[in-house]
Write a protein that binds this ligand. Structure first.
Ligand SMILES: C[S@@+](CC[C@H](N)C(=O)[O-])C[C@H]1O[C@@H](n2cnc3c(N)ncnc32)[C@H](O)[C@@H]1O
Length: 1016
């Protein structure tokens, strides 16, 4: 406790300055002010607070103001403010002005030489002449000892605590880091703990993850003990006990843990007070859920991404638990309450499923609950906070249902996938290890839950990749991947796929049982999941799939928040899989909820249905290709000429093209693409320099640290990608080379300079053989397998970007060796023979076929008839009755598209505002939303006369013209700060001419497409 005395040195110094001021007047004003500031700083330091000058004051709907000084405690909470004024100011008037301006009134000291006004809690406390030390000390003591009153109402406290969590978490993190530097016992205790967590949860765990664990513990420990009325929780809980030791070492310098957390009293006290009065557990539980969500959303966002931190809404949990109970009764003659039915939620979160299962057991057979609770309910959680919450929730419900308190022995703090690994490890504490072993030894009969899903990180600089698990990954690869015909199987690395594999194996080893998961619905029809579908059919007698839809990426008309049951972007489904010993019937049954239902309608339906028996399922027919959702597929597809088979699909079959390539993938577009060649060169050179510097340092280190911890992820200097990290680790050096700067079609009709190199382009696929430097070629590009947008095709004569179309797949006319030699046809002799034989015409050439294919791919009849097939496979082409008409139309289209810059300009009228000279620079163009014939080019130029029908020529969901409008804008990438400017100094009218040409190309394309003859 601070006790300021008139005899203190800083007080004396202040008065020396004040006297000098009295003698010499205003020339000393600044020195007195500084002396007062020194006083505040001095006493702040004594309290381990920080004095911040020019502290920003947030004001609703207005710009921040700033106060001369603020005192922040260890949690960055503001404990007092200081505003200094001059002698000639009228202090009370200034105070009134500042309050009107939105200054805080909690604890604020207005000062001028010789006088102060102190406001606390919006009340005037002191207005004093401070020309004597005794008065000054009185003011300072009042200012420094002020404590914010406790918040009274529960809701207000929850609200404030919630919005403060990210700041609190950041502050504790800072303290942790400082203490690690200065507090040896803590450092040692932290290191020991870190090793323990690594050994038990994940050997690759970062220091940061463990710091987060401690923060979660520190901020919530008091909530558990007092609010949840569980005073012994910290001593009794298998994990909390261990962490308490580390925390005590951390706070040594602050006294006890309670002293350390004193500044947070105002939140906790309010919560405790309300909790004391309020016996309603559900309100407390809601509060915990808020803390849980807020912690992850506001502070540990990346963790939330990798672990899929999202609640399961109650109607889904109810439906699933009731369905499992129904299946158990109907097909197994048992129930959840039956002895021997071990139940596991492998991803328990805050405990939703286990809680519901307990209620169901209690409803079915109250006397069974105790035995089940102590012996046959199991669950795992990987993150500390949900683990604590689940413990409390489950133990509390048991108490509520039975009137007894028993610690729940079925919960483990463990990584479920790690359990599949065949290694014997200590799991944190001996208690936790025993529980894990007990779970491993139990024959699990029901696996139920909501597995995390996320196909992997998007940006390598984020360093939040999904972890690798050798054993379960191998199981997925030996089964789901091995039996997949897809060429790109990345989607199988999603954790929910591992979860299905793990759960199926668990039930297979028990012999019979049920898996009930709510998860990403991608496996129902995803291309890469054909093997997974095959195995689900094989492993389970009956499969019930209730598709809740909500895939916003596939259907942009949907909104994640409104339509998706989890409020997310990917579709969701419930799967109930049953394995019986009969081993005969293998039925897959599918039902879907209306695509356009809101999530509320979907919840309601689940409540109405109650369990799976009320749902109208359709039996899915068994097909060799393991397609479940085959609606809309054409029957004659197999009879058409395949343009290409990838290596897994080929199986000795011939195809029209010899070679295919994906479009080029840079994984760092803002660095590797630019409208300006010069800018591109500068950017990529800068990044290469950074790579070289980091590599040079790394190579010189004798004791090499963990690679991911070593590299710097500064987005403004470098953009890492998986392959660049690999090359780095191999020590590969590649200098910038000018011939790496190439031209590429980045988006339809949008050429940009692109850096094309072995090291700095993530994947070049076959493009070194399609466009080695200095050769000519034509390439038919089309949207690849699994595209969500309508089928599209565009021919180009340069490198194509993977996202030029969706998942761009490319078929060139010629193929070369990497050095540009050995030019040969890419259309196979087999293909030529098929065509010549079918049309009985030896005159048909490979070039004719190339054009023919392009013509067919534009036929509206073809696109409509085979739409569903084209989503799943690369195109196959029919023999149309009129070969020549398609070949000629294809040739014409190819010329229009490849040589779009040479086409004549469509006559649009330029309407200029009164500006001189004319300005052709664009910032962001716009189609006039009220009049589609007008395009607002920039502030001074509008183009009018855009013909009707121009938007009929679409590539994906966007017309060619709208691609130009969208792409030709000045943009700055948020992460790297790199600007891409499409305006050309050397050719200022390029963009306006391009627009006119692309309008012309669109209209002519429409005309050719309309005149195409039938395909059959
Ligand atoms: C989608 S949430 C489940 C939510 C839960 N059903 C509920 O309603 O609270 C997934 C949970 O699993 C945890 N988790 C993710 N991966 C895990 C793993 N490998 N082992 C154990 N738990 C994991 C996450 O921390 C998260 O709390």
């Amino acid at each position: 406790m601070l006790d300021i005395k008139p005899t203190h040195k800083p007080i004396k110094e202040y008065f020396t300055e004040l006297e000098a001021f009295a003698t010499h007047g205003h020339s000393n004003e600044m020195t007195v002010r500084n002396a007062f500031q020194d006083l505040l700083q001095h006493y702040s330091r004594k309290l381990s607070w920080q004095f911040i000058e020019e502290y920003p004051i947030k004001r609703k709907g207005r710009r921040d103001a700033s106060v001369d000084g603020a005192l922040l405690d260890q949690f960055s909470l503001a404990r007092g403010f200081w505003e200094a004024k001059d002698t000639h100011d009228n202090l009370p008037t200034e105070v009134a002005k500042k309050f009107a301006d939105g200054y805080p009134q909690t604890n604020i000291l207005f000062w001028q030489p010789g006088r102060v006004i102190l406001y606390q809690d919006a009340r005037l406390i002191l207005d004093e002449d401070i020309s004597t030390p005794a008065k000054l000390v009185e003011v300072l003591n009042a200012f420094f000892t002020w404590d914010q009153p406790y918040i009274r109402e529960w809701e207000h406290a929850v609200e404030e605590f919630k919005s403060t969590i990210p700041t609190l978490a950041e502050s504790v993190l800072k303290i942790l880091k400082q203490q690690k530097e200065s507090n040896r016992p803590f450092r040692e205790s932290f290191d020991r703990f870190y090793e323990l967590v690594k050994a038990s949860v994940n050997p690759g765990l970062s220091v940061h993850a463990v710091e987060e664990m401690l923060i979660q513990h520190i901020l919530t420990r008091r909530i558990f003990t007092t609010i949840f009325n569980s005073p012994t929780f910290l001593q009794k809980n298998a994990v909390a006990r261990e962490i308490e030791g580390v925390v005590s070492a951390l706070v040594q310098g602050f006294g006890t843990v309670d002293d350390f957390l004193k500044p947070l009293d105002r939140f906790y006290k309010a919560l405790e007070l309300a909790a004391g009065i309020n016996e309603d557990y559900s309100q407390k539980q809601t509060f915990l859920n808020v803390v849980y969500e807020k912690f992850f959303q506001g502070f540990a966002v990346k963790v939330a991404d990798t672990h899929g931190i999202v609640y399961t809404p109650q109607p889904i949990v109810d439906f699933m638990v009731k369905s499992v109970e129904a299946v158990l009764q109907k097909d197994f003659g048992k129930g959840l309450a039956s002895e021997g039915v071990h139940i596991l939620d492998p991803f328990v979160g805050t405990g939703n499923f286990i809680l519901r299962v307990m209620r169901e057991i209690h409803a079915q057979k109250p006397e069974a609950l105790r035995y089940k609770y102590l012996n046959e309910l199991h669950c795992n959680e990987l993150m500390l906070l949900p683990y604590y919450i689940a413990c409390l929730n489950i133990e509390h419900l048991f108490f509520e249902l039975t009137g007894q308190y028993e610690p729940f022995p079925g919960i483990c703090l463990v990584d479920t996938f790690e359990l599949v690994e065949d290694r014997q490890i200590g799991m944190f504490t001996s208690d936790n290890t025993d529980r894990v072993q007990r779970q491993k030894d139990s024959p699990i009969y029901v696996v139920i839950g909501n597995p995390p899903y996320n196909a992997g990180q998007v940006i390598e600089n984020d360093n939040n990749k999904n972890r690798k698990y050798p054993a379960i990954d191998k199981r997925v690869s030996d089964t789901y991947a091995k039996d997949s015909k897809a060429s790109n199987k990345n989607a199988l690395s999603d954790p929910y796929v591992k979860a299905f594999r793990m759960a199926a194996d668990e039930i297979i080893s028990t012999g019979e049982g049920i898996v009930a998961f709510v998860s990403n619905n991608g496996f129902l029809d995803g291309i890469a999941f054909d093997g997974m579908r095959k195995h689900i059919r094989k492993d389970f007698e009956n499969t019930w799939l209730l598709d809740l839809g909500g895939n916003v990426r596939e259907n942009p008309k949907l909104s994640g928040t409104t339509h998706n049951v989890f409020g997310i972007q990917v579709g969701v489904s419930i799967a109930i899989l049953t394995r019986m010993r009969t081993g005969e019937l293998h039925s897959v049954n599918y039902a879907r909820m209306d695509e356009y239902w809101t999530k509320r309608q979907k919840y309601k339906q689940l409540v109405v249905d109650s369990d799976y028996r009320a749902v109208q399922f359709n039996r899915v027919s068994e097909r060799d290709d393991n397609v479940w959702l085959s609606e809309g597929m054409a029957d004659d597809w197999e009879d058409l000429i395949p343009i290409f088979f990838n290596s897994t699909n080929r199986l000795g079959r011939s195809s029209l093209f010899e070679l295919s390539s994906n479009g080029v993938k840079t994984n760092r577009d803002s660095w590797a693409y630019n409208f300006s060649r010069a800018e591109l060169g500068l950017n990529i050179r800068r990044m290469i320099d950074e790579y070289m510097i980091q590599l040079g340092r790394y190579l010189l280190m004798s004791d090499k640290p963990n690679f991911d911890d070593y590299i710097s992820n500064d987005d403004t200097k470098i953009s890492w990608s998986e392959s660049l990290k690999n090359t780095f680790q191999r020590g590969t050096v590649e200098e910038f080379a000018i011939d790496g700067v190439r031209t590429s079609m980045y988006r339809p009709f949008t050429q940009e300079a692109c850096y094309f190199s072995r090291t700095y382009t993530e994947r070049r696929y076959q493009f070194p053989r399609i466009f080695p430097t200095g050769v000519e070629n034509s390439v038919i590009c089309l949207s690849g397998i699994g595209s969500s947008k309508p089928f599209q095709s565009l021919a180009v004569n340069m490198i194509a970007c993977l996202d030029m179309l969706e998942k761009t797949q490319c078929f060139s006319l010629f193929v070369y060796d990497d050095d540009g030699s050995n030019k040969r046809d890419n259309i196979s002799d087999w293909g030529l023979e098929q065509f010549q034989a079918h049309y009985n015409d030896k005159g048909i050439s490979k070039l004719d076929i190339f054009h023919y294919v392009y013509g067919i791919l534009h036929s509206p009849q073809y696109r409509a008839k085979y739409a569903a097939n084209l989503k799943r496979e690369l195109p196959r082409v029919p023999f149309a009755p009129d070969f020549k008409a398609f070949a000629e139309a294809g040739k014409k289209l190819m010329d229009l598209h490849v040589n779009y810059e040479e086409q004549s300009e469509f006559a649009l009228t330029e309407v200029w505002a009164e500006v001189k000279p004319k300005d052709y620079r664009v910032a962001k163009m716009k189609r006039d939303s009220k009049d589609a014939t007008r395009l607002i080019y920039n502030q001074s130029l509008t183009l009018i006369g855009i013909p009707m029908g121009v938007d009929d020529y679409k590539l994906g969901n966007r017309s060619a013209l709208n691609w130009i409008v969208d792409q030709y804008q000045v943009s700055t990438d948020k992460r790297s700060g790199i600007t891409n400017n499409p305006n050309r100094e050397d050719d200022p009218t390029y963009i306006v001419r391009l627009i006119k040409k692309v309008v012309g190309v669109s209209m002519e394309t429409n005309a050719v497409v309309e005149s195409l003859p039938p395909i059959e």
